[in-house]
Design a protein around this ligand. Sequence first.
Ligand SMILES: [Zn+2]
Length: 149
Amino acid sequence: MKFYACLAALLMATPAVAATPALVAPVNVPLTSPYGERMDNQVHKLTHHSGQDYAAKAGTQIVAAAAGKVIFSGWYGNYGQSVIVDHGNGLTTMYGHADTLLVKQGDAVKQGQAIATVGQSGLSSSQTHVHFEVRRGGTPVNPARYLKK
Ligand SMILES: [Zn+2]
């Protein structure tokens, strides 16, 4: 019992986690589609959703989840107009299906700073929304684990 308690304390104190800033949601609206497996109504099968979707009105400002440096701003395949921000320690965030991009590659951004506006560029559902990904070492992880409660 004691061993496991120590292990838990150790895991919570892992430096990589401690160094990660708590992220804020990209738009101030409720989550409409979570990260994980979901039913794709077009092909009627379970697909993996690599991020979170937040449905918001076209033109709503998308803000940086944390301070960092813009490493990509432009057309990103199926995600359309997108921004990727590097927060250091191997952590990046991606914002897809935007309308207007407000930052360019190399820009430094603050947490909460507007970086793009909501749209439905790329391969998006009929609803305007932002596709928000959190990547650790380039691999998408569940954003819910990093967002401020
Ligand atoms: Zn999505």
